[in-house]
Write a protein that binds this ligand. Structure first.
Ligand code: ADP
Length: 166
């Protein structure tokens, strides 16, 4: 039984994240989606909101669990008995950062392997930050995020005066 971990901020989860989680869940027996809460970082959504939205969005995958965590990923992975880190790659620009992260994690925990899953072209421009920016200025994002995220974004950021929110 191979347990994998898909860690990230998920602030909020997008259809690009869902795609990666679906592909990882089809390969590994068990997938934990780890919602990172870094106390040094400012998030749009609280760790509880990010965890709830992520859990809702992945509820169709029976072998996926969602948990938030703080501190070092490798410590959380050892506690959860996960051997594989899943990360998504959108473009070459992701590669350098992800490569560095993977080497750092190997240094910290040599028994853990990082697997990269390449995104699909239609998600290659999607990031949590881009979704929030587009939404903020009234752009249509309903085919970029799951319905629960769309609803919470609308609650959190009511339309600016003069802007018609799609
Ligand atoms: P982090 O803050 O750890 O980068 P993110 O939530 O932004 O967390 O991303 C988590 C993982 O999901 C990263 O490996 C990132 O490259 C990947 N990812 C994010 N958006 C997409 C997407 N549209 N397609 C594929 N992978 C993605």
């Amino acid at each position: 039984m191979i347990r994998a971990m898909y860690p990230g901020s998920f602030d909020p989860i997008t259809n690009g994240h869902i795609y990666i989680a679906e592909r990882a869940a089809a390969i590994f027996d068990d997938l934990t989606v780890g919602v990172l809460n870094n106390s040094q970082k400012k998030y749009t959504f609280s760790k509880e909101e990010r965890e709830t939205m992520t859990r809702e969005a992945l509820s169709h995958l029976p072998n996926v669990r969602v948990k938030h965590f703080e501190g070092l990923l490798v410590d959380f992975m050892r506690a959860e008995k996960c051997r594989v880190i899943i990360r998504g790659l959108r473009a070459l620009s992701d590669f350098e950062y992800e490569f560095q992260l993977a080497l750092m994690n190997r240094q910290l925990a040599p028994e853990i392997e990082t697997f990269f899953i390449v995104t699909e072209a239609r998600y290659s421009y999607l990031s949590s930050r881009a979704v929030k920016e587009v939404f903020h200025f009234g752009g249509a994002i309903h085919d970029m995020v799951p319905p629960g995220v769309f609803r919470r974004l609308r609650e959190r950021f009511p339309p600016l005066p003069g802007l018609r929110q799609a």
